[in-house]
Write a protein that binds this ligand. Structure first.
Ligand SMILES: *Cc1c(COP(=O)(O)O)cnc(C)c1O
Length: 249
């Protein structure tokens, strides 16, 4: 059991207080926008599995990671915690097989080759499970990542807006994959509200492919209020919960 009444000055107390402040901002922004509160995904990249464990004890259900080589062992170390793992980083096709073992959702689907690799990986994983007499995996939730900053092509990943409908169709038709919606990172230097409203328009095109694809993954520590105002359903918050990121190990 996690200590839910942690000693002052400890890491658990720090995370509890930071999380409370972020939750307060989310509640206030949702009330201001008269929108339902989005799901909170705490991005634990660069932070140890011990922090993931504390967050689980504080009631967090969703965590996000952006590198498979870091996420895979962390998910393994905390496999006794009830968590959903969200993969949010640029993903090489040769890592898809590993990611489907622990991830419930991939927010960074930005090309057809990755759709195919994820579907293939999901099928292989389920075959293994069947052989071991285990439950099959739920379908993998896939968000189409949109590049809202075409001037800086590829800088932060994502498909150009003209390609997202095709990607949505491919995901919706792939066995084992479930089309979840759209995802974007606000371009540097642009007004996040304008960017996220544009994402909201693009979300409608994806919803037209599958009415269940109502997700809009948008909003990080610095711009969560703008994302909520524009209709985000999933926030990806790292540093405001965990603190400044330590240097890459
Ligand atoms: C790191 C990261 C986040 C979290 O960013 P913070 O500014 O630390 O809240 C969200 N989304 C993606 C894609 C990231 O890589």
């Amino acid at each position: 059991m996690q200590d839910l009444n942690p000693a002052p000055g400890g890491r658990a107390a720090e995370l509890r207080d930071r999380l409370a402040a972020v939750r307060h901002r989310i509640a206030a922004a949702s009330a201001d926008a008269a929108r339902p509160e989005p799901a909170l995904i705490v991005v634990t990249k660069y932070f140890p599995a011990s922090d993931v464990r504390i967050l689980s004890g504080l009631g967090i259900l969703d965590v996000g990671e952006n590198r498979d080589q870091e996420a895979a062992p962390k998910a393994e170390e905390t496999s006794d915690c009830r968590l959903h793992w969200h993969f949010i980083g640029q993903l090489q096709t040769n890592k898809a097989k590993s990611v489907v073992r622990y991830a419930d959702a991939v927010h960074s689907v930005d090309r057809v080759s990755l759709v195919n690799a994820l579907a293939k990986g999901w099928a292989a994983e389920n075959e293994h499970r069947e052989q071991r007499g285990e439950h099959p995996r739920d379908p993998l939730s896939c968000f189409v990542q949109v590049n809202l900053d075409e001037a800086a092509a590829d800088a932060r990943g994502g498909a150009s807006p003209g390609l997202i409908e095709e990607l949505a169709v491919r995901i919706a038709g792939a066995p084992g994959l479930a089309l979840a919606g759209v995802m974007a990172v606000a371009p540097l230097g642009a007004d996040p509200l304008t960017s996220f409203r544009r994402l909201g328009d693009l979300a409608a095109a994806v919803r037209a492919v599958d009415v269940r694809a109502t997700g809009m993954s948008a909003g990080m520590s610095a711009d969560l209020e703008a994302a909520i105002a524009a209709g985000a359903t999933h926030l990806r918050i790292g540093s405001d919960v965990l603190g400044p990121r330590p240097p890459l190990r």
